[in-house]
Design a protein around this ligand. Sequence first.
Ligand SMILES: [Fe+2]
Length: 213
Amino acid sequence: MNIRRRLLALVATWPLANLLSSVAHAQTASSGAKLKATPQDALGPYYPPRWTGEVDADLLTLGGKNYLQGVPLALTGRVLSVDGGALAGATVEIWQTDATGKYRHPDDDGEGPAQRGFQGFGRMTTQGDGQYRFRTIKPVLYSGRPPHVHFKVVAPGYRELVTQLYFAGENTERGNWFGFSKERDRLTVVPVTVNDGNRSGLSARFDLVLERV
Ligand SMILES: [Fe+2]
């Protein structure tokens, strides 16, 4: 087994408790406190037009095969109300580039990422603790934009949240052109490198706070 396969296999088997104890808490919220809603950010041109086929929370496996490019990223967090309560039944969607900077979208590289084994977008629904968790890669720069993960969160009774997640040290884009958020610092996480012998990968925690309609 080569190193990439071994790393991916290990990332897949990280115990959740270990993962949660090692993640950065750049956007962590404390339960019960009055929270600020997560800033909205531009939807961008590559929202998936069809949510069919394999659209689960594991973007690293497609058709039973592992995606071996890029840096594995465990992306976790909770969907919360501004009053601090966890939201169950919230639908969380993400979409992002593959390791070559291409989206799985007809206007970018079509099904190219999927043909290369990257799922490109994923969706899951939160349970009672409001937790979401995706296995993906760290996205890469494209067309001058810093690496980012797109999010769309829908929960009954709450304003739909469309936003983007950025990475500390790479959030170099400034200004408000194309409607990008001015509150980048609140959308930026510090990913943690998980390294234990042969284990290597990134984890990041990003809570999503929704305001009531
Ligand atoms: Fe984008």
